[in-house]
Structure formats: C-alpha cells, structure tokens
Design a binder for this molecule. Structure first.
Ligand SMILES: Nc1ncnc2c1ncn2[C@@H]1O[C@H](COP(=O)(O)OP(=O)(O)OP(=O)(O)O)[C@@H](O)[C@H]1O
Ligand SMILES: O=C(O)C1=C[C@@H](O)[C@@H](O)[C@H](O)C1
Ligand SMILES: [Mg+2]
Length: 174
C-alpha cells in the first residue's frame, strides 16, 4: 500500500508525535501540515491568525494539505482540518484517514504540559480543559465521519502505532 495516510484528531491527540513514529515503522515519508504551513509563511500560526484571522489560516491550511499530499507519506494534519468539507472529501478520496481518538482528560493533560501557544493560539479564549471539552464536542462527529478508521490514541506512541498498523492490515485483508 502506498496511499497517503492522513492522521486527524483534536489538538494533543498525537498526530505529529505518532505520525513521526509511524513513518519509522512503515518506511513512509512524514509531513505535518502545521509545520509545512508555518515554514512556507515564515511565521507561526499565532502570528498568521493575529495578522490575518482564522479564515485566512484555514485557506492556507487547505492549500497546504493539497500541496503536501503524495504517495507513501504520513500526513499529520492540524486539529481543525475537518472544519472544511473540501478537506474532508480530499483526504477520503486520496488516502486512508485515521482518527486518533482520546478523551478530554488525556488531551487536556498533554496540552497543559506542552501548550506550544505559537502553534496553538486559543480557539475560544477559555482555559485549556474547558476549551478541549467544548471543541471536541463540536468536532468529534466530523472526525468520525471523515475517518476510515478510529484508533484509541490514549496509550503510548508505540501502542498507537501498533493499533494503526493493525487497523490497516485488517482493512487490507478484508
Ligand atoms: N501517545 C502519546 N503519549 C504520551 N504523550 C503524547 C502522546 N502523543 C502526543 N503526546 C504529547 O502530547 C503533546 C501533543 O502532541 P502532538 O503535538 O503530537 O499533538 P497533535 O495532535 O499533533 O496536536 P496539534 O493538533 O496541535 O498539531 C506533545 O508534547 C507530545 O509529546
Ligand atoms: O484545532 C485547531 O483548530 C488547530 C489545531 C492546530 O493543529 C493548528 O492547526 C491550529 O492551531 C488550529
Ligand atoms: Mg501536530
């Protein structure tokens, strides 16, 4: 299989961390849309949002997703990639989409330990755990609708990689 693998899910579910580990396990290349977008703009996401607003960031995100997609690549996306139906259709039609699903408590704990505000400017103005709860409630159904596979992302990165590989093997065998 050389179809691109798209990792989707909430901030802190581990798309970047698990994506890097997954590439080592399956020999694919790795691309992260947040990192590619910031490198091209030569600005952080917080700076882009402050200068241009969220809708301009979202337009850049769609362009980035399309430009980085290629075979044999694991693509870690931004947490809000599913807000655009264009992105959802694009990922479903051009690869395998995996939702890294983790409970609010796990997400909030990780984000509180490593907030990385330059990449994750606030979405609601609320404290992290409140924001994670509110945003996941709005987006969980979108992640599920877009994904071909839902994987438990609350374990270690190595465990999550194993779960992804199992989901892909089961899908290939059936
Ligand atoms: N499976 C895991 N076990 C323990 N810690 C993890 C795991 N996955 C990620 N982390 C930690 O949680 C933090 C957030 O992870 P990461 O940046 O990979 O999330 P993300 O899904 O890419 O978030 P974003 O949507 O903001 O890009 C990092 O500090 C990372 O080390
Ligand atoms: O959840 C979100 O809407 C975001 C998540 C991050 O990965 C970045 O893409 C950006 O901070 C927006
Ligand atoms: Mg990330």
């Amino acid at each position: 299989m050389t179809q691109p693998i798209f990792l989707i899910g909430a901030r802190g579910c581990g798309k970047t961390t698990v994506g890097e580990a997954l590439t080592r396990a399956c020999g694919f290349a790795f691309i992260d849309t947040d990192q590619a977008l910031q490198a091209k703009a030569q600005r952080s996401i917080a700076e882009i949002v402050e200068d241009e607003g969220w809708s301009a960031f979202r337009a850049r995100e769609t362009a980035t997703l399309q430009s980085v997609t290629q075979p044999a690549t694991v693509i870690a996306t931004g947490g809000g990639i599913i807000l655009s139906p264009i992105n959802c259709d694009f990922m479903r039609n051009n690869g395998v989409v995996i939702y890294l699903n983790a409970p609010v408590s796990v997400l909030a704990e990780r984000l509180e330990a490593f907030p990385e505000e330059a990449q994750r400017p606030t979405l609601t103005g609320k404290p992290i755990s409140e924001e994670v709860h509110e945003v996941l409630a709005q987006r969980d159904a979108l992640y599920r609708q877009t994904a071909h596979h839902v994987v438990d992302a609350s374990g270690s990165p190595e465990q999550v990689v194993r779960e992804i590989l199992t989901a892909l093997q089961v899908a290939r065998a059936s």
